[in-house]
Design a protein. Structure first.
Length: 166
């Protein structure tokens, strides 16, 4: 009976370890996404903050607020990552003491499973960044080529002041 309780307790610890690692990988993915958005000058949906368009400085302020929001989110995510790393370390030590020689194999299986999920997550984030880049890139209207104002159809060459006058 005591042996079953130990197995149940260790399985819950293993699940806890796996969940903590999953949260850590998600946190890393969020940091990756936010840093990519900052470097490419994109605005994620969560960072869109509306400022009334009542002054000429509206666009400048809008850009600054958005950048500040993304940077604050990155700082928060790094704090969360630090906390998760500490919890993972403590859980890892408990499991290493409990499972001894089997723990590296269990940990390897957990890592493989999470790495596959992580690859899919990063692929989805790259697609999201690509989509946002297409949406938020402002294409300038094509500049039309104007003909010169004066077309000299004669053999007479005009000087600069005369061309300016014409």
């Amino acid at each position: 009976m005591a042996h079953i309780k130990v197995l149940d307790a260790s399985q819950s610890l293993i699940r806890q370890f796996e969940n903590l690692k999953k949260k850590l990988y998600n946190c890393n993915a969020c940091i990756y996404f936010n840093r990519k958005c900052l470097s490419k000058g994109l605005t994620p949906t969560y960072a869109k903050i509306r400022i009334p368009n009542t002054s000429p400085a509206h666009e400048h302020t809008q850009r600054k607020v958005t950048t500040l929001r993304i940077k604050d989110e990155i700082k928060f995510l790094y704090c969360k990552k630090q906390k998760l790393n500490l919890e993972i370390y403590q859980t890892h030590l408990k499991l290493a003491n409990l499972w001894k020689n089997l723990w590296p194999h269990i940990q390897h299986d957990i890592e493989n499973k999470l790495q596959k999920q992580c690859k899919m997550r990063y692929k989805a984030l790259d697609n999201k960044i690509k989509h946002q880049t297409q949406q938020q890139t402002h294409n300038d209207p094509p500049k039309s080529n104007f003909h010169p104002r004066v077309v000299n159809m004669t053999d007479i060459s005009f000087s600069e002041p005369e061309m300016a006058l014409l």
